[in-house]
Ligand binder design. Structure first.
Ligand code: NAG
Ligand code: NAG
Length: 391
């Protein structure tokens, strides 16, 4: 219904030519949103040709659900094998991936949780004095479950940005609010970006998961919002992920190429971060989690893709039970917005940098203090020991 006419003829003519060349469906492990696909084109022109003169779908309900701008791709619901074949046979289609499911990266009820015995990343008085800006003028896009913007710690600095996936404009999960509190509330650690602003980009359900097509839509929206902003001091933070997915990785890469900074959770599978998208994007800041003793958290992903580690065990932050509520959670989800706060503070203090320069500064300022339990010896060999610091 979104696409009409013109190449309807293609459907009729094709059999006479024999079967058209079909682009294979890239198969991934894990759950998918049924009948939904990310279709990537050779280039923007091929995509536009498809949108203007693409096939007429046979099955009702088959349609384009998203037309992305930062990557030459669309999301589509294709309700029949015939409709799928029409897309597979369209000249200019490069790849077709099932719409996989992403979810939040946090753990609840860890066994033997430690009591948070100190505020490990509390900046020194000298550092505080130097940090005159506290991230003022910086916008953080929280691509997550939404934000309870009425929480008192935000002081009005958190606002609703956009929602993808048909959800209500509300964080009914709490994860997005918790990560936002870590990023921009001075009440919670690291507390260094208490003047930054945050926009809720809800792409995950209140159950904490969502389709990659919605996640890409959230990245697309953030990148366009960033591009049209005056200051362009902005960070997107993603405490979510799923199995390797080329389309979401390309969306992140494209937004980084536009100058948007990213912090991305490494994942909580105690596996190499290369097994998780978009954590595996090389130029993004991929964050692993340590406990308050600076030891790798047992759940944290690891490996060469980790740019820095940050505190992600027993992190207290804002919650959705009321304007003064808080909750203690653990996960690479919790470590990641902490680094977003450090980056926001640095952008506020020193002004704009390219994503590459800011990432290099973050690593330069970090200290080699992360330790690993004996059981994590293999992770130790392949990972940095750098713990992020405010500067
Ligand atoms: C979290 O909430 C508890 C209970 O209301 C309160 O005692 C505590 O001070 C709060 N912690 C922070 C860091 O706001
Ligand atoms: C200028 C300013 O607001 N500085 C604040 C930055 O954040 C720290 C931690 O919350 C405060 O102590 C500073 O006063």
């Amino acid at each position: 219904m979104y696409l009409r006419a013109a190449l309807g003829a293609f459907v009729l003519v094709a059999p006479a030519w024999g079967a058209p060349t079909l682009v294979p469906i890239t198969k991934h492990a894990g759950s998918v949103k049924s009948s939904s696909y990310i279709v990537t084109f050779q280039d923007a022109a091929s995509k536009n040709a498809f949108l203007k003169t693409g096939p007429t779908f046979a099955q009702s309900g088959s349609s384009v659900t998203y037309n992305y701008e930062i990557i030459p791709a669309t999301a589509m619901v294709l309700n029949s094998p015939e409709d799928l074949r029409l897309v597979q046979g369209f000249v200019g289609v490069k790849s077709i991936e099932p719409d996989s499911i992403a979810s939040i990266h946090y753990e609840v009820g860890l066994d033997g949780v430690e009591v948070l015995d100190h505020q490990p990343s509390a900046p020194s008085p000298e550092q505080l004095e130097k940090r005159w800006d506290n991230g003022s003028g910086v916008t953080i896009y929280g691509i997550d479950t939404g934000i309870y913007v009425e929480h008192s710690c935000f002081g009005g600095r958190a606002k609703w940005g956009a929602t993808f996936g048909g959800y209500a404009d509300k964080d009914g999960n709490g994860h997005g609010t918790h990560t936002a509190g870590t990023a921009i509330c001075s009440d919670f650690e690291p507390g260094v970006a208490g003047k930054a602003e945050m926009l809720a980009v809800k792409v995950l359900s209140d159950a904490g998961s969502g389709a990659i097509s919605d996640v890409i839509a959230g990245i697309d929206w953030s990148a366009k919002h960033f591009q049209s902003s005056a200051s362009k001091l902005a960070i997107a933070t993603m405490s979510l992920g799923g199995l390797p997915n080329d389309a979401v990785d390309k969306a992140v890469q494209s937004a980084i190429d536009m100058g948007l900074h990213f912090t991305i959770a490494a994942g909580n599978s105690n596996a190499d971060a290369s097994t998780s998208s978009p954590a595996r994007v090389q130029s993004a800041n991929t964050i692993g989690a340590v406990d308050s003793k600076k030891q790798k958290a047992s759940f944290s992903n690891y490996g060469a893709l980790i740019d820095v580690w940050y505190y992600g065990v027993d992190v207290v932050s804002a919650w959705i039970d009321g304007p003064d509520s808080n909750k203690t959670l653990s996960g690479t989800s919790m470590a990641t917005p902490g680094v977003a706060a450090l980056l926001a503070s640095a952008l506020g203090n020193y002004g704009q940098m390219t994503p590459e320069d800011l990432s290099n500064k973050l690593k330069e300022q970090a200290v080699d203090e992360v330790t690993f339990a004996p059981v994590d010896a293999p992770a130790m060999v392949v990972s940095t020991h750098k713990l992020a610091q405010p500067w």
